[in-house]
Every structure is written in C-alpha cells, then in structure tokens.
Design a protein around this ligand. Structure first.
Ligand SMILES: [Zn+2]
Ligand SMILES: [Zn+2]
Length: 471
C-alpha cells in the first residue's frame, strides 16, 4: 500500500481502512467500493468474503446477483455491518425505492469522464434516460475511451474490481487518476456536486407523489420485441415521463424522446361502472359512442373511406386473421387505412350487427376506460384519439416490414406469414385492450379529491428498432 499520508485521514471500520472523504453526498457505491478495494488490497472475491457473501458467477442475470443498484445482498452483511450500511445509503434504491429499479440498470458501468477523473461516479449515472452528466454536461460513457470495449457490469465482479476502473481489454484506466499511481486517488474531490444533489431531490419529490400506475407493467412490454432492448427503452421512457409529471431542472441531460403526456382531473376515484345506476351507464355509453363516431367519421373522411357497417371484406387486399383482425396482403395497402381499420376492430364489437346503439357497440373495457377510476368524456375522447394515432403509426411500420412481400404469391407466403405473425398482436387486443405504447396513471390530490389522470404515449421498442433481430 502507498503511504498513509496520501490516503487522507484513514480510519478503521469492520477491520478495513476507509476515509470519510470517500463518502461525498452524491458518490455512488461503485467508486467507494473501488477505493476500499485499493486501500485494503481486495479483489472481487475478497470483497465478497469481507461482506460474508459468495461471489456469484451469474453474468447475465438481471439484476446481477452482486448488483450495486440492488444492494439487498450487501444489506444483510453481518461481517461488515458498518461499511455495508454506508454503501447501502449510497445506492440508487435507497434514494428512490420505487422508481430506482424502473429507470436504472446494472447492465454496464456508466460514467462521466470528468467526474471519474476526480475519482467519482454517482449511482444516478446508471439511469438510462440520462445521457449527460448533470454537473459537467459530458456525455455519459459505457465503454473505454481508448479501445471502445464495454465497461463491466455495475456489480461486484472480477472484471470490475480485480483492477478497479481499468479496462480489462486494453489495460488503460478509464480516467488517469485510476492508473497505477494509486496515492493520488484519494486526494482529489469533486469540486461541486450540486446538480447531482438536485437530481436526488427531484427523485425525492417523485417518490413522495404517490403515483398510482397499475398499467405500468404492461406498458411498452411488447412480448415480441427483443427483451433487453424493450426493457432499456422502457427505462428511458419511464424517466422522460416522470420528468414530464414533476418538473425536471436539467432537461439538457435527458435523452430526447417523443413522450406525450395529457392530464385531466378525474371525475371519481372509483371505477366508472361502480356506484352508478343503469341510467347513468346508458348516459355515459351514449355520450362516448357519439364521441367515438365523430372521431371515426372525421378520419374516414380524411382517408377517403366510407364508414360502412361491414369492414372486414376486401379479401384482395386485407386478410382476416382470427378474432376479426385484418392484416394487409402487401405493401400497396394504404397503411393509414389499415391502421384505421385495426383501430375500429379494437373498439367495435359486433361489427356489422345491429346493436342497441344504432348498430355500434364498443367493447366495455374500452368504453369504461380507465377501468380503475372514472374520467371525464373529454379525457376519454383523447384516449380514443391517441389509440387511433398509435394504430396508424404501427401500421406504417408494418408496411415497411412487408416490403416486396405479397401473400397472394405462393413463394412469398411463408415470409409474409412470419412478418404478420410478428405484428398481428400489436393491433389486436390479445395482450391488452389498448396499444402497447399507451398507458394511464393517477396522481392523487388532496384528501377528498379524486386527483388527476395522465394519459401517456411513448415510442415502443418495436417502432424505434424495426423488426430486425426479433424472435
Ligand atoms: Zn460529471
Ligand atoms: Zn480499453
């Protein structure tokens, strides 16, 4: 070990040397643990032994078994309780137990080069929707600047801690301070970390807001999209959405995303179908069917289609798949018209049959959206309209995937079927009644008030990635 002078004011805890200055307010557990490892000559295995846990070989688990985002494995330490508690308090999950897991990942260490050159990494850099350091505006990196190789997982692994913050591929340190002159490491400090503190406070505000988001699990969770990409996309859109709901002080640090959030006061905290008489439900049905029809009429005119009761025909261009969903035979079917038809099939039950509302009857789960609470008809109209925009957008993407394929050509049929099989559920309601990209949450208000409802739409992984590498 280098001289104690260069290590700063070292103290002992749990039989290990540590220094109070390593525990700056915003410093994350990765660099603190790296300093502990260097000062006490520990590798990844010995770190695990210190905390009384076995090192884990599971590289691809998510979260990683020795994750530094999810420090539960460390919090139970009996052999080094003081240091375990100090490290736990550095973790993102201690800052935001509810949202930390939803927005951050331990897939790879993410760092700001300027912060790291001062021996520092914040756990907030693991938030995937953050592209720049809020303090220095540097792009956050998840690779070695010298050789471009990926950084290790944000976890206690041999590649991360046997030689901390040094690239295992080229041997260069991610920042000079982490190179062989170890003594310097402990002398430098971050000059100002107020931006990280503001970000931490912002998380605190989001955490106390008590957002009710029952639909968040199914949101952006397209089962046919590549799983890792879909999860990463969701973490990004989650942060952008939260920053839309609670004002964010550093918008330049955020990844750009076309998230749309609409907000309306709820009419009641109870479901629309509860505590109402049959006459009330009839009234809601009449109003909503009229809203639906006006949106339908307007768009049919724009597209140049007739609103006719039977919409599944036209076998030349559209193939009916089970449960009434139609898919285009080839790329020459107007995708806007296809999206419009798919939207109608999503909403309209008994298509072509005589119902009690002059032939038009809407599926009740959509008619009484938002299901868990009661929203105004205005909010419902926006919900219906956003579903239409998303179905048209999805149809435009499907159209690109069908390029050159025609199901009426025998040589194309199996390839056509493969594409359609991949896209079919994105229009229908087998997985959920409304499109994958749309979700709804509730912001509770003062006691006695029902609060507000937010409709959110965000780009799904499918639409931003196209169809390649899907399985
Ligand atoms: Zn920085
Ligand atoms: Zn390298």
């Amino acid at each position: 070990m280098t001289s104690h002078k260069s290590l700063g004011a070292l103290r002992m805890a749990d039989g290990l040397f540590f220094c109070d200055s390593w525990f700056l307010p915003g410093e994350g557990p990765f660099t603190v643990l790296a300093k502990l490892a260097i000062a006490n000559v520990l590798n990844a295995n010995r770190i695990c032994r210190v905390f009384g846990v076995r090192s884990t070989p599971t590289r691809d688990a998510s979260p990683h078994g020795r994750s530094l985002l999810h420090l539960e494995w460390l919090a139970r330490s009996r052999s080094a309780p003081l240091l375990a508690a100090k490290l736990w308090s550095r973790s993102l999950l201690s800052l935001s137990p509810r949202w930390g897991q939803s927005v951050a990942s331990d897939r790879a260490l993410r760092y700001c080069p300027t912060c790291l050159s001062m021996g520092y990494q914040s756990s907030l850099c693991q938030i995937e929707g953050l592209v720049r350091c809020p303090q220095h505006n540097d792009l956050l990196l998840d690779h070695c600047k010298k050789c471009n190789a990926p950084t290790p997982p944000y976890a206690v692994t041999a590649e991360a801690f046997d030689e901390p913050l040094v690239c295992i591929y080229c041997g260069n340190a991610y920042a000079p301070i982490w190179a062989s002159v170890r003594g310097d490491l402990f002398q430098k400090q971050v000059d100002d970390e107020s931006a990280y503190c503001h970000l931490g406070e912002w998380f605190g505000r989001v955490e106390t807001l008590n957002i009710q988001w029952p639909d968040s699990v199914a949101w952006l969770a397209d089962p046919r999209a590549p799983a890792q990409a879909a999860k990463a996309n969701k973490r990004i859109q989650m942060l952008v959405t939260l920053s839309n709901i609670v004002t964010w002080t550093e918008p330049a640090a955020l990844r750009r995303s076309e998230v749309w959030v609409g907000r309306w006061p709820l009419s009641s905290g109870a479901p629309q179908t509860h505590a109402r008489s049959g006459a009330d439900l009839d009234e809601i049905t009449r109003a909503r069917v009229a809203i639906y029809k006006s949106i339908r009429r307007h768009h049919a005119t724009r597209i140049g289609m007739k609103v006719q009761s039977h919409i599944k025909g036209d076998r030349e261009r559209l193939i009916e798949i089970n449960e009434g969903m139609v898919m285009p035979c080839n790329e020459h079917v107007n995708p806007v018209a296809h999206g419009f038809l798919a939207w109608r099939l999503r909403f309209e039950s008994k298509v072509g049959e005589e119902g009690r509302t002059r032939g038009l009857s809407l599926f009740s789960v959509l008619l009484f959206w938002p299901v868990d609470w009661s929203a105004s008809d205005v909010a419902w109209g926006h919900f219906v309209y956003r579903c239409l925009l998303l179905d048209i957008k999805t149809a435009l993407e499907l159209n690109k995937s069908l390029k050159g394929l025609d199901c009426n050509r025998p040589s194309d049929f199996s390839a056509w079927l493969e594409v359609v099989g991949l896209w079919y559920h994105r229009f229908g309601s087998q997985t959920r009644p409304w499109p994958d990209s749309l979700s709804t949450l509730r912001l509770p208000a003062a006691v006695g008030e029902p609060g507000d409802i937010c409709i959110i739409t965000a780009p799904s992984a499918t639409l931003s990635l196209g169809t390649r590498n899907e399985c």
